[in-house]
Ligand binder design. Structure first.
Ligand SMILES: C[S@@+](CC[C@H](N)C(=O)[O-])C[C@H]1O[C@@H](n2cnc3c(N)ncnc32)[C@H](O)[C@@H]1O
Length: 252
């Protein structure tokens, strides 16, 4: 709840506040409001509107494709602190970029270019408007930013992508198909590729069986979220990939 909207309708919003205190306790409610204020402030600084929840059914998604919910800015700070990108070589790709929060935050860091793929035309339009607003509001470090409206399963991974981000966009056969696309890109162009994968604690890690990735490093996010934040690196062993080619093991 923003201060403006609270002032516009103090009785309902005040009623919500009382309900939240009853539901979460005073400390829980204070925590919720400080989180919302922080999120609004970070959106304002970038000049964008990326908050809100969009149900997967309302977006017309099949069950394995998930809802829109933006990643917490605190997680993005941890992720980009860890990535330390190189402006000459690093290309960032967000699968299921929604309204573009992670894409635009990536562009405040020195990436060579930044990409987002989003299934929902409505959300990707909002993402592109946010990119325009952010570009007008401030000097971004990466100016080559593109949001593509596509089903991730049909999107060919550009062979210069070096960082791929997943904030719980899809699962099951959809994720497996996307993992296959990433592996194909690595086979075409063996390189160092980092995968940042964030998934809820109570969901299985669906990257565990990817033998083309090294064992992950768990990024510390404290106890304020029930999620796992894992950083993977590709096994850049050109010989091994070459062996796969010779053994005819590459999926077409
Ligand atoms: C949890 S949100 C993540 C939003 C954004 N990455 C962020 O971190 O703020 C998941 C997004 O994935 C999108 N999505 C779901 N299935 C998809 C698919 N098959 N291809 C592309 N995007 C998809 C949803 O529409 C939603 O916007």
């Amino acid at each position: 709840m923003g201060i403006k909207s609270f002032l516009r309708n103090p009785i309902t919003k005040g009623g919500n506040a009382i309900r939240n205190v009853r539901r979460l306790g005073l400390l829980g409610a204070l925590d919720l409001y400080s989180y919302r204020l922080r999120e609004k402030y970070r959106d304002w600084r970038l000049g964008i509107r990326s908050s809100g929840f969009h149900d997967a059914n309302d977006l017309g998604h099949v069950p394995e494709c998930h809802a829109y919910e933006p990643i917490d800015y605190r997680c993005l700070d941890i992720i980009f602190g860890h990535l330390n990108p190189d402006a000459e070589t690093d290309v960032f790709l967000d699968y299921g970029c929604g309204k573009g929060r992670a894409v635009i935050t990536a562009a405040t860091h020195p990436f060579k270019r930044v990409l987002g793929v989003e299934l929902s035309p409505e959300l990707s339009d909002l993402g592109r408007s946010n990119v325009s607003r952010a570009t007008r509001k401030q000097r971004l470090q990466s100016t080559e930013i593109e949001i593509i409206t596509a089903n991730a399963t049909e999107y060919e991974v550009p062979d210069d992508v070096t960082v791929i981000f997943f904030f719980n966009p899809f699962s099951g056969s959809v994720l497996a198909a996307v993992q296959g696309k990433i592996r194909q890109s690595l086979q075409r162009a063996p390189r160092r590729l980092r995968v940042i994968y964030m998934h809820p604690d109570n969901h299985p890690n669906e990257f565990e069986s990817c033998d083309w990735l090294e064992k992950p490093f768990s990024l510390p996010i404290g106890d304020w979220e029930k999620v796992q934040l894992l950083a993977y690196e590709s096994r850049v062993v050109a010989e091994r990939l070459q062996d796969d080619v010779l053994a005819g093991a590459i999926e077409s």
